[in-house]
Write a protein that binds this ligand. Structure first.
Ligand SMILES: *Cc1c(COP(=O)(O)O)cnc(C)c1O
Length: 396
C-alpha cells in the first residue's frame, strides 16, 4: 500500500505544477538526435540538442564504440578504484589533458556528477565559494554538498565579484576561497569574463573553477573558453562534459597533476559509482582525436550559427547578446513563448521554449541550438517557418 502522506504530497504538487503550466511533458524521439528528429511519426528540424558538432551520430564514433564493446564488453564491472579502470579510461584521461592543455585529467560518469565530485573534494565548511548567480544547477548542488559558505554574485558583474571577494578575504572567516563560473552561460549564450575573474582571484587568493560544458568543442579552436582567453595556466579546475559537443556521455576535470591525484582518492563519485562504459570511453577518445586533428566541425558550427543568427535578426527577432552558437529568440511573455514554440513544432521545427523560473519573468525565449550537422537548406526552412509563425503571432 502506498503511503497516504506521499500520495497527498504528489497529488497536491503535480496538480499545482500542471495548473501553472509548468509540468513538462517529454517527447520521446523515434530517431537519433541529429539535425532532423522523428517524434510521433513526424520529421522535425531539430534546434534543441547540445550535439553541437553532430558527433552523437558520427560513423567514426559508432565504429569505435562497437569495437570497444567487442573487446571489453558493455560494462566496466566496478568502480574505478577497485578494478573498473580499463586501459582505455587512462587513455581517455591523457587525451583530455592534451585537449585542455593541462598536466592531467580525471573522467566521471557525467558533467553533473563531476561537479558533485570535484567541489566537495576540495571545499568544506570552513571555506567560502563565490558563485555566479546564473551558474548551472550541478554547480549549485556541488557547492551545497561541500557545506562551504556560498556567496552569490550578480551575473558577470565584476564589481560585485570584487567587492564580495574583498569582504570574504578581509573578514578572515574562511580558510579557503574559490570562485566558480560557467564558461558559457546556457540560456543566453554569453561568455564568462575570465580574464577579470582570474585577475580578481589572484588579488584575493581564490582558487578558480570554470565549468565549460557549453564552451568545449565550441570556443578556443575546440579546447574551450579557458584556452580562448589564453588562461590554461591560470585556471585551477577546468570542468568539461563528454555529453555535449563530444556527443557521448561523461564529464571530466582537467588541471594540475596533484589536483587530479587528489580527486582520484577523495572524490566520491569516482570511488563509489561504476566507471564509464567501454563504448562511451572509446567513442569519446575518437571524438577528441577528431577535434585534436581538425577544426572543420567547429568551423561548420560557427558558419551555421552566424547564418541562423543573421537570418533571425534580419527577420526582426530579438536574439539577445549571445557570443556563441546558442541562439535565444526572445519572445517575452510566458504563454506567448510557449504558444510560439508549439506553432513552430506544428510547422516542422523543434525548438523548445524556456520561460520563468528558468529565465527571468517576461524574457521567455525559444532557444535555438544550430549544429555542424545542419545543412543550409534545413536552416532556410527553419527561418521560413520562423517568419511564418512570427508574422502570424505578431511577434515581428
Ligand atoms: C550540461 C551541463 C552540465 C551537465 O553535464 P552532463 O554531462 O549532461 O551531466 C554541467 N554543467 C554545465 C554548465 C552544463 O551546461
Amino acid at each position: 500500500m502506498t503511503s497516504q502522506t506521499l500520495k497527498n504530497f504528489l497529488d497536491e504538487n503535480l496538480e499545482d505544477l500542471k495548473g501553472r503550466g509548468l509540468y513538462n511533458v517529454i517527447d520521446p524521439l523515434e530517431s537519433p538526435n541529429g539535425p532532423i528528429i522523428k517524434i510521433d511519426g513526424r520529421d522535425l528540424i531539430n534546434l534543441s540538442s547540445n550535439n553541437y558538432l553532430g558527433l552523437a551520430t558520427d560513423e567514426r564514433l559508432k565504429k569505435a564504440a562497437k569495437q570497444a564493446i567487442d573487446q571489453y564488453g558493455v560494462g566496466a564491472g566496478a568502480v574505478r578504484t577497485i578494478n573498473g579502470t580499463l586501459k582505455i579510461h587512462e587513455e581517455l584521461e591523457q587525451k583530455l589533458a592534451e585537449f585542455k592543455h593541462t598536466e592531467a585529467a580525471i573522467a566521471y560518469q557525467s558533467g553533473f556528477n563531476c561537479n558533485m565530485a570535484a567541489i566537495s573534494a576540495v571545499m568544506d565548511k570552513e571555506d567560502a565559494i563565490l558563485s555566479d548567480e546564473l551558474n548551472h544547477a550541478s554547480i549549485i548542488d556541488g557547492c551545497r554538498l561541500s557545506r562551504a559558505k556560498i556567496i552569490r554574485y550578480n551575473h558577470s558583474d565584476m564589481d560585485d565579484l570584487r567587492a564580495k571577494a574583498k569582504e570574504a578575504k578581509e573578514s578572515g572567516q574562511y580558510k579557503k576561497l574559490m570562485v566558480i563560473t560557467d564558461g558559457v552561460f546556457s540560456m543566453d549564450g554569453d561568455v564568462a569574463k575570465l580574464p577579470e575573474i582570474v585577475e580578481i582571484a589572484e588579488e584575493y587568493d581564490m582558487m578558480t573553477y570554470v565549468d565549460d560544458a557549453h564552451g568545449s568543442g565550441v570556443l578556443g579552436k575546440g579546447a574551450g573558453t579557458v584556452k580562448h582567453f589564453g588562461l590554461s595556466e591560470k585556471v585551477d579546475f577546468q570542468i568539461g562534459t563528454l555529453s555535449k559537443a563530444i556527443g557521448v556521455v561523461g564529464g571530466y576535470v582537467a588541471g594540475k597533476q596533484a589536483l587530479i591525484d587528489w580527486l582520484k582518492v577523495r572524490s566520491r563519485p569516482f570511488l563509489f559509482s561504476t566507471s564509464l562504459t567501454p563504448a562511451d570511453v572509446a567513442a569519446s577518445i575518437e571524438a577528441i582525436d577528431i577535434l585534436l586533428n581538425s577544426t572543420e566541425l567547429q568551423e561548420k558550427l560557427w558558419e551555421n550559427s552566424r547564418y541562423l543568427k543573421k537570418g533571425l535578426k534580419d527577420l526582426g527577432f530579438n536574439i539577445g547578446n549571445s557570443e556563441t552558437p546558442i541562439t535565444p529568440c526572445i519572445i517575452g511573455e510566458e504563454k506567448t513563448t510557449q504558444d510560439f514554440s508549439k506553432r513552430l513544432n506544428e510547422e516542422g521545427v523543434y525548438a523548445k521554449s524556456i520561460v520563468f523560473p528558468t529565465v527571468p519573468r517576461g524574457t521567455g525565449r525559444v532557444r535555438n541550438m544550430p549544429t555542424a550537422a545542419h545543412t543550409k537548406e534545413m536552416l532556410d526552412q527553419a527561418l521560413a517557418t520562423y517568419e511564418k509563425v512570427g508574422k502570424e503571432m505578431d511577434v515581428i
